[in-house]
Design a protein around this ligand. Structure first.
Ligand code: TPP
Length: 350
């Protein structure tokens, strides 16, 4: 692509982003979608089991992942994610094969050694705290890492993400309370990805407040609502929110309106929902309409992602399943017996 095109910008509302950044985001969004759709297929064809994931949240999640300060320890951002954040991890550099391994529950799954559900990511080297099936508990953990970050100095932020329904849990209130104690405010970025449903319960039947971020007002928590299907708007909203937390060492709340394109999970059929916005189709149209990107470029991104995922599935199907004797491995701190007969802690890729 000619360099003058790379310097061009795409406009969304009053905000703009360079075309090369837009293409970087689109590539991540497409790879995440292709992975999720292949995982759904695996769950239905017997190559895996339960599926839950993030189709419909790629625009926001990709923009988030690219802006994380990635690393281990309190000087870097901590991620308290939920089960729809695959595009965030992919944006941070996670290869698609890691999702396939978790779905196939092979011993090579570095996130859980084949013992946890799909989308239950855990990556110590990137401060990714293990995702839990129990919703919302991540909100009560985030002030803990943020407290360590505030004491350590630096600009690290604890980023916590969850859905709209989960905000009814007490953990959400605990996060607001612990992040705003006078004199002890904490750098927590509270993200709510609002897809308008909690399994089958519509959000409109549950929320008396206009926006979920309005709940933060009583605690003095600043907030912003963003169209999470728009990667450009999401990019800037995340940038502002993170900058605020990094500079002021105080919490911020970001509510992103997103789609849920395959329903809640495989338990509800994981069928494509037709009447919700697809952030990828919408973004591709915007890029094409701008005249700055050609169809062939976008088609290549899809072809590359499909080739990558098929290769990953072929590889993972040859990999070993966990051994029964390893079921408790890494669950408890090493015991005295471990010290005498050390387990092969390096036998599997981390
Ligand atoms: C503490 C707890 N209560 C209930 C559930 C069952 N459950 C799983 S997902 C879910 C809905 C979550 O909806 P939301 O927070 O909006 O997130 P979404 O799945 O829509 O992204 C519920 C009620 C659970 N896993 N944990």
């Amino acid at each position: 692509m000619p360099t003058e095109l790379l310097a061009a910008e795409l406009i969304s509302g009053r905000e703009a982003l360079s075309v090369d950044r837009c293409l970087e985001l689109l590539r991540i969004m497409i790879r995440a979608r292709v992975m999720e759709e292949r995982l759904i297929k695996m769950s239905k064809s017997g190559q895996g089991h339960f599926w839950i994931g993030g189709p419909g949240e790629e625009a926001f999640n990709a923009a988030l992942g690219l802006q994380v300060r990635k690393g281990q320890g309190p000087l870097y951002d901590y991620l308290h994610l939920h089960y729809r954040n695959s595009a965030t991890l992919i944006a941070m550099g996670m290869p698609l094969i890691e999702g396939v391994r978790q779905m196939a529950m092979t011993a090579t799954d570095t996130h859980s050694l084949g013992r946890n559900f799909i989308s239950h990511w855990a990556k110590a080297e990137w401060n990714v705290i293990p995702v839990t099936s129990v919703i919302e508990v991540q909100y009560v953990m985030a002030p803990g890492t943020a407290l360590v970050q505030k004491r350590a100095g630096g600009e690290g932020v604890s980023i916590v993400v969850g859905g709209d329904a989960g905000t009814a849990e007490g953990d959400f209130a605990s996060c607001m309370i612990w992040s705003t104690r006078p004199g002890n405010e904490l750098p927590v970025l509270m993200v709510v990805t609002n897809n308008s449903y909690g399994i089958s319960t519509p959000a409109c039947s549950q929320h008396a407040e206009k926006h979920i971020i309005d709940r933060g007002k009583a605690f003095g928590i600043r907030g912003e609502v963003v169209d999470g299907n728009d990667p450009i708007a999401s990019w800037h909203a995340i940038s502002r929110a993170l900058q605020y937390c990094r500079n002021t060492r105080r919490p911020f709340m970001l509510e992103a309106h997103v789609s849920r394109l395959y329903g809640h999970s495989s338990s509800s059929g994981a069928l494509r929902v037709k009447n919700e916005v697809c952030c990828i189709e919408q973004f591709e149209k915007k890029l094409l309409d701008s005249g700055l990107v050609e169809t062939a470029v976008i088609e290549q991104l899809h072809d590359d992602a499909l080739a990558e995922i098929e290769q990953a599935v072929e590889q993972v199907m040859k990999e070993p399943m966990p051994r029964p004797e390893d079921v408790e491995k890494y669950t408890y701190a090493p015991s005295e017996v471990d010290a005498v007969y050390p387990h092969d802690y390096t036998g599997l890729p981390r």
